[in-house]
Design a protein around this ligand. Structure first.
Ligand code: PHE
Ligand code: CA
Ligand code: ZN
Ligand code: ZN
Ligand code: ZN
Length: 296
C-alpha cells in the first residue's frame, strides 16, 4: 500500500482548525463550522473523482449532514466502508476528536484516487454528523439502507481519535481476545482487527485491545451484523505505568484536551497520526483486494 504523506493529513487538520476559528471556535452539529467542514472534504473528493452525496438528517431541531463518497468500480455487493465523524463538540474545534480520523481517511481516499487503485471490492467512505450527540448521523445512514443495501456492506472501518497527544495504540477488540465482555463482534470483525494488527506488527509497534462496545460510529454497523474494526489512541482514560513502558509518554490522560477548547491543532501527536494513517491505508489496500496482493 502507498505510504500516506502525514504532511497532507496535517494540512487537512490545519484547514479544519481554520474553519473552527472562523466559525465561533467549533465544528459542532447545527453550527456553521460543521457544514463548512463537510464542504471542505466534499470539494476535494469531487475533484479527485469520487461520487459524493450529502445526506441530510434532523436531530435536536437542527439539520445534520453525512457525506458519503463512492470510489467508482469494484463489486458493489461486496463494499468495504471506511468512516469517521466530522463533527466536534461545541466546546472546541475537535482536532483530535475527530479531525484526526476524518483527515486521515480523507488523505487515504485522495491517495486511492491518485494511485488509480481499482480493487476487487467497492470502496465507500463516510463522514458522519452528530456523533457527539449520540451517533446520530451514522445511525441515520444505516437506518436509511434497505436490507439488501445493508447486506452489501461487508465490512466497516471506523477511525475516531487517532492522534491523541499521549497516545496508546488500541484496536477495537472484535475477536474479544483481550477484553472479555465487549465482543466478539460480527464474524469478520476478527479479520479486520488482525489486518490492522499485522501493520503495527510490521512497524514494531505493540497494540492492545479496546472495548468493542459501540462507543463510536461503528455501533449501528455491528448492531446490524456488519463486521467492523478500528484504531483508537485514547480519550479521557489515563495511560498506566505498564502502558508507558509499552508506548512511552506519561501516566496522564491519553488526551487531556478531550472534549475541551484546547483540542486544537496543538493537540496532535504527529507520530501517532503518521503511523495510523499508514495503518489505515495498509488495511484498506489489503482488505479491498480480498486478501490479494495490494499494489504499491
Ligand atoms: N466516540 C468517542 C467520542 O467521540 C470517542 C471514543 C472513540 C471512545 C472510540 C471510545 C472508543 O467522544
Ligand atoms: Ca506516512
Ligand atoms: Zn469522537
Ligand atoms: Zn467526542
Ligand atoms: Zn482482539
Amino acid at each position: 500500500a502507498p505510504d500516506i504523506a502525514v504532511a497532507n493529513v496535517k494540512a487537512h487538520l490545519n484547514e479544519l482548525q481554520s474553519i473552527a476559528t472562523a466559525n465561533g471556535g467549533n465544528r459542532a452539529h447545527g453550527r456553521p463550522g460543521y457544514l463548512a467542514s463537510v464542504t471542505y472534504v466534499k470539494n476535494l473528493l469531487d475533484a479527485a473523482g469520487f461520487t459524493t452525496q450529502q445526506q441530510s438528517f434532523t436531530y435536536g431541531g437542527a439539520t445534520g449532514y453525512n457525506l458519503i463518497a463512492d470510489w467508482p468500480g469494484g463489486d458493489t455487493a461486496d463494499t468495504l466502508m471506511i468512516g469517521s465523524h466530522l463533527d466536534s463538540v461545541s466546546a472546541g474545534p475537535g482536532i483530535n476528536d475527530n479531525g484526526s480520523g476524518s483527515a486521515a481517511n480523507l488523505e487515504v481516499a485522495l491517495t486511492v484516487a491518485r494511485s488509480g487503485f481499482r480493487p476487487a471490492r467497492h470502496l465507500r467512505f463516510g463522514w458522519w454528523g452528530a456523533e457527539e450527540l449520540g451517533l446520530r448521523g451514522s445511525t441515520a445512514y444505516v437506518n436509511s439502507l434497505s436490507s439488501a443495501q445493508k447486506a452489501a456492506i461487508t465490512g466497516y472501518l471506523n477511525f475516531d481519535m487517532v492522534a491523541s497527544p499521549n497516545p496508546g495504540y488500541f484496536l477495537y477488540d472484535g475477536d474479544d481476545s483481550d477484553n472479555t465482555g465487549s465482543g466478539p463482534g460480527p464474524a469478520g470483525s476478527a479479520q479486520i482487527e488482525q489486518t490492522l494488527a499485522a501493520y503495527f506488527s510490521s512497524i514494531g509497534v505493540p497494540t492492545r485491545g479496546t472495548d468493542f462496545d459501540g462507543r463510536s460510529d461503528y455501533g449501528p454497523f455491528i448492531a446490524n451484523g456488519i463486521p467492523a474494526g478500528g484504531i483508537f489512541t485514547g480519550a479521557e482514560g489515563r495511560k498506566t505505568a505498564a502502558q508507558v513502558e509499552l508506548w512511552g509518554g506519561t501516566t496522564g490522560a491519553f488526551d487531556p484536551c478531550y472534549h475541551r477548547a484546547c483540542d486544537t491543532i496543538s493537540n496532535i501527536n504527529d507520530t501517532a497520526l503518521d503511523r495510523n494513517a499508514d495503518a489505515i491505508a495498509s488495511t484498506v489496500w489489503a482488505l479491498a483486494e480480498d486478501g490479494g496482493t495490494p499494489p504499491g
